[in-house]
Design a protein around this ligand. Structure first.
Ligand code: CP
Ligand code: NVA
Length: 318
């Protein structure tokens, strides 16, 4: 059995492991941690089947800062996922690179890649999860609130998408009380809710799924949202921009949260739809800290996976 560790969903890190990765990210951000697991330089392959600004640039910068050589590949330039099995691609890539990072559609593709790879595979966003974003978000919450456990985090909007799933799973892993509010038919699946509830029992967090945005927002410490039109849903744009109007994060909504609540958005944002310009550009918004934290969080998860997989040694990372 392979000992290789992968990061495909937010549940792939136990609560203790997630906390260690966030500690490592904070140390790396403070520049107290100069370990370079990809020194050589070793190559890290980063594949994109969907467009990206933050993920592309933060992985490139982070891999370089870890002493490695980033190889960024767009799907149209490779055979991955179309001209050979993902299993074949995985076995080839694992002989050439030290980590595989992939932004794609189906979670099953990432699972096939990981099952056939002897080097760590990292989900850089799929239709179902965006776990790297959540590490950055939790680091941002820690920075602004001093902790995660016990805080109430409220997600409004398209609650059936990758960000809603990741907020729910990563949030309860961090011991948070996570409330997800969206319209009927656009809420997390029963399977995701059940998994979140099991994790919440372990950490003291909790899960609320509701169609009532106002009720969800009551006394929130952290308010989050995401686009109503995810990549791949562009044909549904007009309908989706009407569907979620009662779940917008605007000044009215923010009155229901705590006065010192912070606002996160993974970006890119559509001002005037899921979030008003007033809130996104206002004093409670920490979205640019959150964006910067992608670099630090991803450096930490890459380092942690390399050490946990026995592919790099460093006594400071267990
Ligand atoms: N938040 C995020 O993943 O942004 P990009 O799509 O620009 O990578
Ligand atoms: N839900 C969005 C997130 C973008 C970072 C999407 O999948 O397009």
């Amino acid at each position: 059995m392979s000992l290789t560790r992968h990061f495909l969903t937010d549940l792939d890190l136990s609560p203790a492991e997630q906390s260690k990765v966030l500690d490592l990210a904070a140390a790396m951000k403070a520049d107290k941690y100069g370990f370079t697991p990809y020194a050589g330089p070793q190559t890290v392959a980063v594949f994109f089947d969907k467009t990206s600004t933050r993920t592309r640039v933060s992985f490139h910068a982070g891999i370089a800062e870890l002493g490695g050589s980033p190889l960024i590949i767009n799907s149209t330039d490779s055979q991955l996922g179309h001209k050979e099995t993902i299993a074949d691609s995985a076995q080839v890539l694992a002989r050439m690179v030290s980590t595989i990072v992939w932004r794609t559609y189906a979670q099953s593709g990432l699972e096939e890649m990981a099952a056939n790879s002897t080097v760590p595979v990292i989900n850089a966003l799929s239709d179902d999860y965006h776990p790297c974003q959540l590490l950055a978000d939790l680091l941002t919450v820690r920075e602004h609130k001093g902790k995660t456990a016990g805080l109430t985090m409220v997600y409004l909007g398209d609650s059936a998408n990758n960000m809603a799933n990741s907020y729910l799973l990563a949030g309860v892993t961090a011991g948070m009380h996570v409330r997800i509010a969206g319209p009927e038919g656009y809420l997390p699946s029963a399977e995701i809710i059940a998994a979140a509830q099991i994790r919440a029992e372990e950490t003291g967090g909790s899960v609320v799924i509701t169609t009532d945005a106002a009720q969800a927002l009551e006394d929130a410490d952290v308010v989050v949202t995401d686009t109503w039109v995810s990549m791949g849903q562009e044909d549904e744009k007009v309908a989706r921009q009407k569907l979620f109007v009662d779940y917008a994060v605007d000044a009215e909504a923010m009155k229901l949260a705590k006065d010192d609540a912070i606002v996160l958005h993974c970006l890119p944002a559509y001002r005037g739809y899921e979030i008003s310009a007033e809130v996104l550009d206002g004093p409670q918004s920490v979205v640019f800290d959150e964006a910067e934290n992608r670099v630090h969080a991803q450096k930490a998860i890459m380092t942690w996976l390399m050490v946990a997989s026995g592919l790099a040694q460093d006594p400071r990372v267990e």
